[in-house]
Design a protein around this ligand. Structure first.
Ligand code: ZN
Length: 262
């Protein structure tokens, strides 16, 4: 069994053929999915999908790159909060965080920080974990999580920091998520992280339709391709494949408070 802890079934390219994508993933052992929102509309879609498919859970939130549509201090947060009551399958807030890859201006970085903190408050109000998007911003992300602790911690989605930083996030209770990037030739640092953290901190994700693993790199990432990532990880760790999927599945259910046998 595999838990895909970060997937965008709510993205158009997967949405158009959802039944088949989900079925194919289930056939290779994916037992649960966390469908992640990145803005208000995609969060609503994520909820719809989770309400329809038994094995799909969802998370809602506004990604830092969508800062333009986020209104600080009220409207956007209220909208998110009103969505929280519409489904019992919302198990996290996210994806939220900081992204300095696209935004270099100090003013925008500051707005992203405020947006991040507001959504952390929301997670704490409802006692939910968070799914974190952090790009070129690992130190600031850490500083915020340290100064605004999330009661239920969460997952570092598509983690791309150092192994030393990974250890710091783990100390705060976070799980480290590995996706297609792990299988890329040039991802030396990610491989190092994998082999240096405790097994209890490892979870997997596709981030589909983005970031397809080798040998599908550059193509549309299909939900079933998570198999390649988990297989790659088990080989790098010199571990039994089934053992690794079992442990990571357990870790994922635990962090999102989902029953393993539901
Ligand atoms: Zn994502």
């Amino acid at each position: 069994m595999i838990f895909d802890t970060h997937i965008h079934l709510n993205e158009e390219r997967l949405l158009s053929n959802l039944d088949q994508y989900i079925k194919e993933a289930e056939e290779i052992g994916v037992k649960k999915f966390l469908c992640v929102g990145w803005d208000i509309d995609s969060s609503k879609k994520a909820i719809e999908i989770a309400n329809k498919y038994k094995n799909v859970y969802c998370s809602i939130g506004v990604i830092p790159t969508e800062h333009k549509q986020y209104e600080i201090g009220g409207k956007t947060l209220k909208e998110l909060e009103s969505l929280l009551t519409t489904s019992s399958k919302i198990v996290a807030i996210g994806e939220i965080g900081l992204d300095y890859y696209w935004e270099k201006e100090e003013e925008i970085k500051n707005k992203q920080k405020t947006i991040f903190k507001e959504q952390i408050d929301l997670a704490n109000k409802y006692n939910l974990p968070i799914s974190i998007h952090s790009r070129n911003s690992i130190q600031d992300t850490f500083d915020i999580l340290k100064s605004c602790p999330v009661n239920q911690s969460g997952v570092m989605h598509c983690y791309s920091g150092s192994k030393e930083m990974a250890t710091e996030f783990i100390k705060l209770g976070y799980k480290i998520a590995f996706g297609g990037v792990l299988t890329f030739k040039n991802s030396k640092e990610t491989k190092e992280v994998l082999s240096n953290i405790p097994l209890e901190s490892i979870v997997f994700e596709t981030d589909a339709p983005y970031l397809a693993p080798t040998p599908f790199r550059g193509k549309l990432n299909e939900p079933k391709f998570i198999y390649e990532t988990v297989k790659y990880a088990s080989e790098s760790l010199k571990m039994n494949f089934d053992e690794l999927r079992k442990i990571s599945f357990h870790n994922s259910c635990k962090i999102f408070h989902v029953k393993e046998n539901d």
